[in-house]
Write a protein that binds this ligand. Structure first.
Ligand code: 5AD
Ligand code: SF4
Length: 481
């Protein structure tokens, strides 16, 4: 039985609203009824657990999943021993997929103890046909599989997963619409991600994202700003604007808007004190954006600018559309406009054909750009991407050696840069009570670095002045002033 038959059949003649988001609100009601019945049967509340793999976009999507589950009447459970467990998957590197397969075995054991448990999988990995085929074949105890394009239909799919005794699979090849205003359960009361666009049009040759997240689509600025205003009313002081390539925001809208314009509008929202964004592509980083950042009192002094490789030859093969010199010029421009900015990056080692010479170019950029921190990755072959067909990859031990050398250099520079701020006064958004010592709290500086300071839970959600007393490499100790 397919999903439509299950849902329509069980509707008892009731009209299902054809339009979104009304349709999903209808299914939230149906899910509530279902949860209420089960709660009565079991004599306890039904629980859910959302596990997120991957990036900030997935973290935000997981808040949407949690929002629906809470609206349906489930209670959040910190462990995976819950009645409804959903994995929001990532597939950017092969090991992300392997993690999911590994943990599914553990879920199967939990399901043996609680046969009424439902297991769901969603996110980027589900957009891969091979992954879904493997799950259908060998992981029959999974109840629900859906992808990135129909996440907004989660309420409907949730009901289907309870009303069908078969595996429900609903993965779309592409996005159809952006559905606004569904429930969201934020992880933090004082900060929030805000999607400004979905998908990616860049097709970097190693990257699977454009295939699993589809073509770039921007949200209307008014929808974004309304969301930010609602968040501010709700006590949020920091927003992170999210997109795979925020610098090209708004280009495809009927009335085009630049990312810098969107930032300026976001700044006007009262109550919002800090604005972050992720991720920038160097090819689209405009002078307008640099100027906007430099004169802003709210946009954080942090720019994540993925380098990927320092070799112009490899950058060309990667289809990045900038070269080594172009990247370094950009860094200079950004630092000239904002000398105190924290610059972070992503670097891939071992791209097909990368030679020792190419690698040394990467090391050279790392030295010259003086990144405050860098995420370093070993190239992972993703089926369906152009790079998967390229050959000339260096042997594993050579790649591992390059990776270790890069990491050592990245860490050395990061530690030197971090040390320079010791003794300075910084504004810190306190986020939590320290997990190791309850007499401390932990927060983040404007530049995204972590600070631990003596304090209690009453500071959480506040931006407070902190003197940095000690640097521990990539985090600090400080005290309230
Ligand atoms: N292998 C290794 N790293 C990758 N990334 C994206 N695709 C791959 C891949 N196939 C890295 C890039 C990107 C970050 C999110 O993940 O550095 O910026
Ligand atoms: Fe992948 Fe490149 Fe798009 Fe980033 S910009 S998501 S690396 S294709």
């Amino acid at each position: 039985m397919d999903k439509e038959t299950v849902l329509n059949g069980a509707a008892g003649g009731q009209q299902i609203p054809p339009m979104e988001p009304q349709r999903q609100f209808y299914f939230i009601e149906r899910a509530r009824e279902l949860v209420r019945k089960k709660t009565e049967e079991k004599g306890r509340r039904l629980t859910f657990h959302v596990e997120t793999f991957g990036c900030q976009m997935n973290a935000r999507d997981s808040e949407k999943l949690a929002g629906i589950l809470e609206a349906a009447g489930f209670a959040q459970e910190p462990s995976e021993a819950a009645d409804f467990v959903i994995y929001n998957t990532c597939t950017v590197r092969e090991n992300a997929n392997n993690k999911v397969y590994g943990r599914l075995g553990y879920l199967q054991n939990l399901k043996k103890k609680n046969p009424d448990m439902r297991i769901a999988l969603c996110g980027c990995m589900m957009q891969e046909k091979e992954a879904v085929a493997k799950l259908k074949q060998s992981y029959r105890y999974v109840n629900l599989i859906f992808g990135t394009h129909n996440l907004y239909k989660f309420a409907e799919l949730l009901v289907a997963a309870y009303e069908s005794d078969k595996m429900v699979v609903d993965v779309w090849e592409e996005g159809r619409e952006i559905v606004e205003d569904l429930p969201v359960e934020r992880k933090y009361p004082f900060k929030s991600g805000v999607n400004i666009m979905f998908g990616c049009n860049n097709f970097c040759s190693y990257c699977i994202v454009p295939y699993v997240r589809g073509r770039e689509k921007s949200r209307e600025p008014e929808d974004i700003l309304n969301e930010v205003r609602r968040l501010a009313d709700d006590g949020v002081v920091e927003v992170m604007l999210l997109g795979q390539n925020v610098n090209s925001y708004g280009k495809t809208l009927k009335t085009p808007v630049s990312f810098a314009q969107l930032l300026e509008e976001t700044e006007r929202v009262e109550g919002i004190e800090r604005i972050r964004f992720m991720t920038s592509h160097p090819k689209d980083l405009s002078d307008e954006l640099i100027r906007t950042m430099a004169r802003s009192g709210k946009i954080c002094r942090h720019l994540h600018l993925p380098l990927q490789s320092g070799s112009s030859r490899i950058l060309k093969l990667m289809n990045r559309q900038y070269d080594k010199e172009g990247y370094l010029r950009l860094v200079e421009k950004v630092r000239a406009a904002m000398p105190d900015i924290a610059l972070t990056t992503d670097i891939i080692v071992g791209f097909p054909g990368e030679t020792e010479e190419d690698f040394l170019e990467t090391m050279d950029v790392v030295q010259k750009a003086q990144f405050d921190s860098a995420y370093t990755f070993i190239y992972s072959r993703r089926t369906g991407t152009p790079a998967a067909e390229m050959d000339g990859q260096a042997p594993e031990d050579i790649i591992k050696d390059r990776f270790d050398r890069l990491l050592a250099q990245v860490q050395e520079i990061a530690a030197q840069k971090a040390e320079r701020l010791t003794g300075t006064l910084q504004q810190v958004l306190v986020e939590s009570v320290n997990s190791h010592d309850a007499s401390f709290v932990t927060g983040r500086m404007d530049n995204n670095a972590t600070v631990h300071l003596p304090g209690d839970a009453s500071l959480i959600g506040r931006i407070v002045p902190v003197r940095l007393t000690e640097c521990k490499g990539f985090y600090y100790y400080g005290r309230l002033v």
